[in-house]
Write a protein that binds this ligand. Structure first.
Ligand SMILES: [Zn+2]
Length: 265
């Protein structure tokens, strides 16, 4: 993963080795049109930022990758575990903006699917054999619900993907250094059957520092992905205010970056 510029968009480019069927990456906060505190590439619809400005930023992103804004699909994220499947051609996908979901799977080329995040984990998945891509939004709830594993299962059942052939990239998120959580989170992980001790470190009574990257990497491995096909960013969005938005750091004054992926024609 390395920082790349396309048009005026600065983003972290992800390359899946041995395949060129998709374009994907993680945006940074640079070079958009939002004013402070949302400066400047705020892509999230659910912030206090001006709607028209966010639309402008989304248009900048779409155009940089050669598509219309109508082909940029982000669902209405609710920290749930619904998965949106797009398997039909369409000119305008904007109606999906009002559909609730925290993951998207598609086999359609030239549709950019994305999730907006501030601290949560954006995860990109590509099946270069069946030509299917997915994007997942996993905060602690989505991780406890194993949404990334459900998305892999969805790629299997809907499109015949073989998990062992899937590539995945786990993007910048809040890291263990800054992510203190308490008992309800531990309880949710244990109810979900996730090994808490492998991803959380006890700091003080009733407080832990949680590693969402490790937890989601483990879920991908358990879902059947090969370790050498899973990449992950080691950047903490909360530590790097110059590069990323972080809700825990900036609260309601935080914008949103995006993890995105698009199949090529
Ligand atoms: Zn940090």
């Amino acid at each position: 993963m390395q920082v790349k510029r396309i048009d005026r968009i600065q983003y972290i480019e992800v390359k899946f080795p041995g395949t060129a069927c998709s374009t994907q990456g993680f945006t940074t906060r640079h070079e958009g049109v939002s004013r402070p505190p949302y400066n400047s590439l705020n892509l999230g619809m659910n912030t206090q930022d001006q709607q028209a400005t966010v639309e402008g930023n989304r248009s900048l992103l779409a155009r940089a990758f050669g598509i219309n804004q109508e082909a940029l699909v982000t669902p209405r994220q609710v920290h749930g575990s619904d998965i949106l499947v797009i398997n039909e051609q369409n000119e305008d996908f904007s109606h999906f903006l009002s559909v609730e979901g925290d993951a998207v799977i598609t086999n359609q080329p030239n549709v950019m699917i994305g999730v907006c995040v501030a601290d949560c984990v954006p995860i990109l998945i590509c099946d270069p054999v069946k030509k299917v891509v997915a994007v997942v939004h996993a905060g602690w709830r989505g991780t406890a619900d194993k949404l990334v594993a459900k998305s892999v299962a969805g790629m299997q059942s809907e499109f015949g993907s073989n998990p062992a052939r899937l590539h995945a990239a786990i993007g910048p998120c809040i890291k263990k250094c800054c992510y203190e959580v308490d008992e309800p989170v531990r309880k949710a992980f244990q109810q979900g059957g996730i090994d808490w001790d492998s991803c959380a470190e006890s700091k003080s009574p009733g407080k832990w520092h949680l590693d969402l990257t490790a937890a989601n990497r483990e879920l991908l491995l358990l879902a059947g992905l090969a370790a050498d096909l899973i990449q992950f960013s080691d950047q903490c969005v909360c530590c790097h205010s110059e590069q990323f938005f972080s809700y825990r750091r900036d609260k309601d004054e935080s914008g949103r970056q995006m993890g995105f992926i698009m199949l090529k024609q």
